[in-house]
Design a protein around this ligand. Structure first.
Ligand code: ADP
Ligand code: MG
Length: 343
């Protein structure tokens, strides 16, 4: 591993913002830190950058970074708003740090061209930031961050100022760029879909603490508890008899804390093992979203109502008896793994 955090805490005026965080990151990997606004993600990033005094240990390649100032850590930061120099061209922005280091002009030119190519910006060299779209500006910001070949790139919600469709596309592109450049990165986001696209490893954070961390698919498939599952975008969690019923239909054993369902885990199917009554339905562009009252145990003391989906061409009548299948890839056992098990 290259980056190692042990029991890292940060407090502002005695109020803890980050508490007891343990994380590791391997060379060339992307670790996404996922958590809601205010949970301490930026504070953690700033501590790694050396911009925030922290207790505990932060080490790079086995060497403790305490006492190593920000500019000697060899890390680069990229923010939501890119923070480009408005009076410099794209090429001027990307080459800025290299010129600051007095690299020979020909080398700067070649490196800038290479980075523009890598980020899909060839042909943009002479444009000013004010003439670029939000997505293009973030590509420039990434190219600029990569110019000095940082040992670690720290990205603080780099896509959150963009609209949803663009965010998804750019997340995929940035991921490919980081991989092509072999960059080790810590990527902070509140968006679980973005985290899933960009990361090899995932740490889920809430209220200053890491709830769970590990390889992304491991965390995804087995959240440690209900809170973690909801942060990962699961729509609902079940325990007791309801978890047993849904798990049984999916062929998945619920964990000690029950089961988590994604929103489209249940689907109408005339051969499905579960039965119930259609309570309501609402067509969307992709499929029909339903509420079904399943025959079975109450859920948390209330009627066993579940979200389900059906194809758009399925005729539906409120009150009809229906059969339902459960997609095992959209259901996860809860609590099967020990906290912070494998990272
Ligand atoms: P996130 O990036 O996950 O939204 P932050 O790390 O920005 O969260 O903030 C974590 C907590 O620390 C919040 O409660 C925030 O109000 C507090 N905080 C952040 N920066 C400061 C600061 N400079 N001074 C005091 N409190 C701060
Ligand atoms: Mg933040």
């Amino acid at each position: 591993m290259v980056l190692e955090l042990r029991d890292v805490s940060v407090a502002y005026d005695g109020v803890p913002a980050v508490q007891g965080v343990d994380l590791t990151l391997d060379d060339g990997q992307v670790l996404a830190v996922l958590g809601p606004s205010g949970c301490g993600k930026s504070t953690l990033l700033r501590a790694v950058a050396g911009l925030e005094p922290a207790s505990g240990a932060i080490a790079w390649d086995g060497r403790d970074l305490a006492g190593v100032p920000t500019h000697r850590r060899g890390f680069a930061l990229m923010f939501q708003d890119g923070q480009l120099f408005g009076h410099l061209t794209v090429a001027g922005n990307v080459g800025y740090a290299l010129r600051l280091r007095r690299r020979p002009r020909a080398e700067v030119r070649a490196r800038v061209a290479e980075l523009l190519e890598l980020t899909g910006l060839s042909g943009y060299a002479d444009r000013l930031p004010g003439t670029l779209s939000g997505g293009e500006r973030q590509r420039v910001a990434l190219a600029r961050s990569l110019a000095v070949e940082p040992r670690l790139l720290l990205l603080d919600e780099p896509l959150s100022a963009l609209d949803v469709g663009l965010r998804e596309r750019l997340a995929t592109d940035l991921r490919a760029i980081l991989r092509a450049a072999g960059t080790t990165a810590l990527w902070v986001t509140h968006d679980h879909e973005e985290a899933f696209v960009v990361a090899d490893r995932l740490a889920v954070m809430r209220a200053g603490r890491v709830l769970q961390s590990g390889a992304i698919d491991e965390v995804w498939r087995a959240p440690v508890d209900a809170d973690t599952a909801l942060l990962l975008g699961y729509a609902r969690t079940l325990d007791g008899a309801a978890a047993a019923m849904i798990g049984g239909a999916a062929g998945i054993e619920p964990g000690p804390e029950g089961l988590a369902l994604r929103r489209s885990a249940l689907r109408l199917d005339d051969d499905g093992p579960l039965t119930g009554v259609l309570e309501s339905f609402r067509p969307t562009p992709d499929q029909v979203r339903l509420r079904v009252r399943l025959d079975g145990p109450d859920v948390g003391g209330s009627a066993p109502l579940y979200d389900a989906v059906a194809p758009l061409d399925r005729p539906l009548v409120v009150g009809e008896r229906v059969r339902v299948v459960v997609d095992p890839t959209r259901v996860a056992p809860l609590g099967s793994r020990s906290l912070r098990g494998s990272l």
